[in-house]
Design a protein around this ligand. Structure first.
Ligand code: HEM
Length: 157
């Protein structure tokens, strides 16, 4: 039961977070470009951004908690085992290491984007440009993590 719940929460959190970033970049941002008043643009992005930031971090924490549970219950690998050099000799171990490297990068980059760059972007055109660059880079990294997750499952076949 715990494994089923962990996998369900893991996949639904990934769907919400990665899907939410796709929606922001492909739907919300192009709509905001059609608005003429920069104040309107920034106000809407700040409100939508803040709302997504809260639920996005709920999803990130859920992924970071359920990931190790799945790793242990599905493959018998405890969290400490992710540093085992023997594991890294296997395709599964290499794929997991790649996934967790990108997870570490995206968590640090999201912390910087969501809690420093994003809120400051409202008052600076250059910070707003950097916020867009970080936002889009995080989306690409999130898509690479999902690809690693699928390759992780296939690495055992
Ligand atoms: C940003 C965070 C993460 C995202 C977006 C993510 C995404 C995903 C997705 C979409 C799957 C389903 C893939 C499938 O079943 O084919 C998955 C499975 C999995 N994830 Fe994650 N994950 C994240 C973090 C983690 C972490 C931190 C760990 C472990 C410490 C982890 C371990 C696993 C494992 C073991 C599976 C099962 C693979 C399988 O089905 O064989 N994930 N992940």
């Amino acid at each position: 039961m715990l494994l089923k719940a962990a996998l369900f929460l893991h996949v639904i959190s990934a769907i919400f977070w990665v899907g939410g970033m796709l929606f922001l970049v492909l739907v919300v941002a192009p709509y905001l470009m059609t608005l003429t008043d920069p104040a309107d643009k920034s106000k809407i992005f700040q409100i939508v951004g803040k709302q997504f930031r809260f639920w996005g971090w709920v999803a990130i924490v859920t992924l970071l908690v359920t990931g190790p549970v799945i790793l242990y219950m599905l493959y018998g690998i405890p969290l400490s085992g992710i540093f085992d050099p023997e594991l890294h000799k296997t395709l599964f171990g290499k794929t997991l290491a790649l996934k967790l490297t990108f997870v570490t990068i995206i968590v640090l980059s999201s912390l910087f984007h969501d809690f420093w760059l994003g809120p400051k972007a409202r008052y600076s055109r250059s910070l707003s440009r950097w916020a867009r660059i970080f936002g889009r880079t995080n989306l690409i990294i999130a898509l690479v993590i999902v690809l690693c997750a699928v390759l992780l499952r296939l690495s055992l076949t």
